[in-house]
Design a protein around this ligand. Sequence first.
Ligand code: FES
Length: 202
Amino acid sequence: MNIKKISKEQPEEFKFNLDNLEKIKKIIKKYPEGRQQSAVMDLLYLAQKQNDNWIPLVAMKCIGNILEMPYIKVYEVATFYSMYNLTPVGHYFIQVCTTTPCMIRGSYKLVEACKEKISLNENELSKEINCSWMEVECLGACVNAPMMQINDDYYEDLDKEKTLKIIDQILKGETPKPGSYRDRLNSEPENNRKTLMDNKNA
Ligand code: FES
């Protein structure tokens, strides 16, 4: 389980860039008059993307001002959802799913690989200062368990050996191929099987 930590190091200022301010205008327009607070999750996501994948407290205050909502309400949303990082993460940010389906299929072997290659504790930067990892709850790809997410991509059907190789690649600054590591297309059955009738006594 991940415990939300707020970074002790906080910037003094945060302003959305012009590109994001344009996006914010469009996002707010999706909601009825007086309901603009509903845009809070989108704005937190934009703040995180703009700020090297983590959200400082000043960004939450800035969002509160834009949406005319109390800062504490923005803070409550940001601290509730695991997809918001409240402390700096690596340029390559690995999230290993350890919820039951992935756990049964060996996700703690993936955690072992992260501990060996990146850092003993989650939320710590690697020696190369470009990578960090954490355990998360279900990422919605249970059928391809065990899996992990690196930045915006999913890496699926993994085991420890494959995970070590993927981490080696990112530590060298390479981008490993996302998707299934058992050569499945999305979550199709393996070996081109189309129906259970191919199995004897199915
Ligand atoms: S349990 Fe891991 S993706 Fe759902």
